[in-house]
Design a protein around this ligand. Sequence first.
Ligand SMILES: Cc1ncc(COP(=O)(O)O)c(C=O)c1O
Length: 387
Amino acid sequence: MSRFFDIVSKPARDLGTTNPPSTTPAALERRSLLIKLDSNESPFGPSARAIDAMRSALNAANFYPDDDCSQLRRELAAHHSLPPEQVLVTAGSTALLTLLCQTLLAPGLNAVTSERSFIVYSLAVQAAGGHLIEAPMRSGEDSFDLEAMVAAIDSNTRLVFLANPNNPTGTMLEAAMVERFLGQLPGHVVVVLDEAYYEFALHFAALRGIAYSNSLDYVRQGASVVVLRTFSKAHGLAGLRVGYGLGPAELLGYCARMRNTFSVSAVAQAGAMAAIDDHHHIQRVVENNMMQSRVLAQELSGLGYRVVPTSANFVFCDLGEDAAVVANRLQDEGVAVRPLGHWGAPNCIRVTIGTPEQNQAFLQAARRLGSRGSVDRPRVSTLARGS
Ligand SMILES: Cc1ncc(COP(=O)(O)O)c(C=O)c1O
């Protein structure tokens, strides 16, 4: 046994390496042409406005950042019509997931979510010594079974995670469903409404004529709800690590005590402030996403794959064959996508919706694999039919 196994904490021992890596910058350097569609990042990068703000902030990099992110908090509070005490800025919304788990969980306590949801829920819960209960999804569908989630809650549950839209399936819960769900929960649980893909979901919902989310109303009403948002997706700042939560002031105050000092850099704060109201940039990103989601869905369906209608910036696609093998072959062709074996979907991939050029490169690579497959394996286009 290794030297430190007996002295590290139980969560550190038990955690294992369950977070499958995405392509690393080193891998990107080795393959300068790699098209990175594996981590739901923005294909457009930060806006010029955010880049200018970050450049200026670099001049003061000798100073520690504002630990409280006061100005960003105030601006977010104004943006969402909430008091600043109901906003907590963290180093990405994942950092807030970790803080919520450390603040509310301990050995013997649990959190509830759905199976096939955001992988960080499990990591954050385990790191806090808690237990994650994953309710089954609706059979034959790729969406949450909210009744099963309610049924999974017991007297030791402190947190419920609802990713809306969900990663990796891209499915959305309509506002009325979430509202009904919240009405069924006992008072000792805090619900995390994870809206990392908010801007995309809002756009999809408007086009489909449905109501996406009333999450901020619950926060304003004082419900035990924390809404997570991030600058990593539509704003194109994933590498900066800045996200935030909106929720009860008292609870966010406890979380703030638990956070690492100076965890959100001054550059990240400056970039986020410039990005909040950058409507032009966000509009461009969500419109491309909307149009290209149609292209991907149509073309992948044409190749015989089952594509789940998305409400986010990626598509979940059932290939009907070992997705890890296909993902490796695609990577050889210069395109990185995410195989979903870790999510219990070994035949499925998640593909970020890229620019038109990136998507065409991905589709061409998929077609090449399909036609080459006629020699050494069945044609891609016949694989998933009827599955
Ligand atoms: C559902 C969900 N929540 C949160 C995040 C993490 O966002 P951040 O970059 O703010 O930590 C992601 C990232 O992929 C996500 O899919």
